[in-house]
Design a binder for this molecule. Structure first.
Ligand code: BDR
Ligand code: CA
Length: 313
């Protein structure tokens, strides 16, 4: 039986790859997709999700989740993901969203059995459901897998903080306090998952749309940190569901910093914090293999092999 999942996401270039991996994986049953602000505004994120489904030739109910953080000002990551959220990839114009009637709460309520919730953006949508209807969450969410935070790795939004945690620390505090349980897949492991610039270049032959999205991401990483490739964080949360053995977890007590400045959204060890399973080690070759086989070069186009891992040093 495929694993039933709901994905809350802010697409986003790496979200796009993660969604395509989930949609192209028969082991997973994508019951619904909930859209969040984050990498871009919710109107763009919704439009991007519809376009991703269209290109994957798949359907799934889409709900609009959070439009802004619980307390903080809305700030999106146009420098990282482009003004549309999908780099240079061609997308239709975004419309005004009139239908707010199916937030994550409704999507969960519609499930006949508990599902795995995967969050690939700020966790505001989930925090809103937890605050409004905690019993529904206990009934319908069996596990929560979150691409969020960092313990030992440096931040990517501030020196200390990861972007999704930084966007809405209050939402993350709500989610951690609920102890669902949440499994955290943060920068400690996702930073190691890289698609190289020359691998992106090869996509120009096989998928111009993905090539256009990813070459923006590579340009950003080159400018920002001198990396000759792109870190595709969100893919790891989906790959983990397909091959759980790629991640090694530690059971930790952690909390999130609710202050401002460099520490805003910092996730850290805290003996008085909430219990969470945090991924601290990853084997990337099987994850890259999944990504190449199922998303980047699924048709066995020439040059379909991912480069050997040694080439990533
Ligand atoms: C996270 O932030 C976004 O840029 C990515 O989509 C990912 O979810 C990485 O910090
Ligand atoms: Ca994301």
């Amino acid at each position: 039986m495929p694993l039933p999942i709901i994905i809350d996401t802010d697409p986003g270039i790496d979200d796009c790859l993660a969604l395509l991996l989930a949609l192209n994986s028969p082991e997973l049953d994508v019951r619904a997709i909930s859209i969040s602000y984050g990498n871009t505004g919710v109107e763009n994120a919704y439009r991007n999700c519809v376009e991703i489904l269209r290109r994957a030739n798949r359907r799934a109910p889409i709900g609009i989740g959070a439009r802004r953080p619980l307390k903080r000002q809305l700030e999106v990551a146009a420098d990282t993901h482009g003004p549309s959220g999908l780099g240079y990839a061609e997308v239709p114009p975004a419309g005004v969203i009139l239908d707010y009637v199916r937030p994550l709460e409704r999507l969960l309520d519609a499930q006949p059995e508990p599902v795995t919730l995967v969050t690939l953006g700020p966790v505001t949508s989930f925090a809103l459901v937890l605050r409004a209807n905690p019993d529904l969450v206990r009934e319908k969410v069996s596990r929560h897998i979150a691409m969020i935070g960092n313990i030992e790795a440096a931040g990517n939004q501030t020196r200390f903080s990861e972007f999704n945690a930084w966007c809405d620390p209050e939402a993350l505090a709500t989610v951690l306090a609920a102890e669902i349980p949440t499994e955290i897949i943060g920068l400690d492991v996702t930073r190691k998952l890289i698609v190289r610039a020359n691998e992106v270049e090869r996509l120009a032959q096989s998928s111009t749309w993905l090539h256009d999205a990813l070459r923006f991401y590579v340009e950003f990483h080159r400018k920002q940190e001198g990396l000759d490739g792109a870190v595709v964080n969100d893919v790891l949360a989906i790959a983990y569901l397909l091959q759980p053995e790629v991640l090694t977890f530690s059971d930790l007590r952690i909390s999130v910093d609710l202050g401002d400045g460099q520490s805003r959204g910092r996730t850290k060890l805290d003996p008085k914090g909430s219990f969470a399973r945090v991924a601290m080690d990853v084997q990337t070759p099987p994850v890259r293999r999944l990504l190449f086989d199922r998303v980047l070069l699924p048709s066995g186009a020439s040059g379909a092999e991912p480069l050997p891992e040694e080439a990533l040093a």
